[in-house]
Design a protein around this ligand. Structure first.
Ligand SMILES: NC(=O)c1ccc[n+]([C@@H]2O[C@H](COP(=O)([O-])OP(=O)(O)OC[C@H]3O[C@@H](n4cnc5c(N)ncnc54)[C@H](OP(=O)(O)O)[C@@H]3O)[C@@H](O)[C@H]2O)c1
Length: 258
């Protein structure tokens, strides 16, 4: 199948890297010169989105939301009965349907681990046939893991998994700094922190253990972990994290309304 990607920034490039071995890729972006590297590797690149979209069976829209209107106006006559996958934050399925009524539309909220093809890809669909549904899942699996959601959850998902890597980075940065404060060399503190996050996440995932159960397991009465957890609770970490996710959700909702 031919896939046209429009917009080769962080997201477009990550998707292209993830799917390039499975699909015949067609590419267009803001600056044609920036596509040279893809052109030299044998991928088809175009000066206009119109030429690009006219070639694809599946169209991936990875431009900024401010460019949505002009790009959709440019390509709308070449979208009939095709699958459109949009990653544009704040652009609803309803909005895209104003330009094209008979396309199959999927809206996706990825997150930054997409750059190593490890994004968690929340997606919602309007109507879709079996063939396109299979292709959609294949594409989403190629650069991460798909999770189907209702479109009404999309702002909350933006707050949770979209912004989540930013929140987790703050926690990790604090732990690395704490390790340094206690005399652990910087590179070792960093390594220990990263492996602790990876190991804990993998354990929870592979054994399906709820976080509260894991916490109880490492929390010996009167021991070292409960001494630290007490300080986290005193610092209102749970409230701060809940508020952070909610603030991001509210901002996404505000953008969507605009
Ligand atoms: N980054 C994230 O973590 C993330 C997460 C979830 C969703 N998203 C969404 O994904 C979309 C892309 O984000 P991004 O981070 O990849 O942005 P980005 O790095 O700024 O990439 C946008 C790309 O679109 C190109 N472009 C600009 N105008 C265009 C036009 N008229 N036609 C075709 N291409 C055009 C730009 O080209 P030039 O650079 O040459 O101008 C650039 O390569 C956004 O809608 C964003 O909301 C991003």
């Amino acid at each position: 199948m031919k896939v046209s990607i429009i917009g080769l920034g962080t997201v477009g490039k990550s998707i292209a890297e993830g799917i390039k071995n499975d699909y015949d890729l067609h590419l267009s972006s803001g600056s044609y010169e920036k596509l040279n590297i893809w052109n030299r590797s044998g991928f088809k690149t175009y000066k206009t989105n119109l030429e690009n979209a006219s070639n694809g069976d599946i169209i991936i829209l990875a431009v900024k939301p401010v460019n949505a209107e002009s790009v959709l106006n440019e390509i709308k006559d070449y979208l009939h009965n095709k699958l459109i996958i949009s990653v544009m934050a704040g652009i609803s399925i309803e909005y895209i349907k104003r330009y094209i009524k008979d396309a199959y539309i999927a809206r996706v909220m990825p997150n930054i681990p997409m750059v190593i093809q490890k994004s968690v890809n929340a997606y919602c669909i309007d109507r879709i046939n079996d063939e396109y549904h299979n292709e959609l899942l294949k594409i989403l699996n190629d650069f991460g893991t798909p999770v189907e959601i209702k479109e009404s959850y999309i702002d909350a998902v933006t707050g949770l998994s979209g912004s989540g890597p930013g929140f987790i980075s703050i926690m990790m940065d604090s732990m690395i700094t704490a390790g340094i404060k206690l005399g652990i060399p910087k590179d070792i503190s960093r390594y220990l922190t990263i492996e602790t996050f990876l190991g804990t996440a993998n354990l929870m995932k592979s054994k399906n253990i709820p976080p509260s159960e894991l916490r109880d397991e490492v929390m010996t009465p009167g021991g070292t972990t409960i001494a630290g957890i007490y300080e986290l609770e005193k610092g209102n970490v749970r409230t701060a994290i809940t508020n952070a996710v909610e603030a991001s959700y509210k901002k996404a909702r505000e953008y969507n309304k605009q």
